[in-house]
Design a protein. Sequence first.
Length: 135
Amino acid sequence: MSRLLPRGAADAYLRDCASRKVLDSIANKWTCLLVDALRDGPVRFGALRRRLDGITQKSLTQTLRSMERDGMVIRTMYPTIPPRVEYELSELGHSLVALMEGIRIWSEEHVGEIMASRASFDSRAAEEPKPVTPA
């Protein structure tokens, strides 16, 4: 499919386009889940870790830092002992909520079909190759 773009416009299909880095960032499964987990307001690190079952402390830290760097998350540190840190979506982060929710819901609705397809593929791949007979 060919599109005519204005000069200087972003095009993620081009290898050097900066929008590819944005796409890489938001296509991360933890980013998708964090956007949804933060949609209702500030959340502490420990609560996020409990909500995102299976995420390591390192992955959560890296994803939150990346999202903060990209302007999607606001990190607020309170001067208490021990220090209290909360994360919330920025205006830019909130603009992703509907998209990420749609991806999450689609994943949950189609997991059965995807798993059945994988099982079918894996069983076919495990079979010995059959010779092709000319027609």
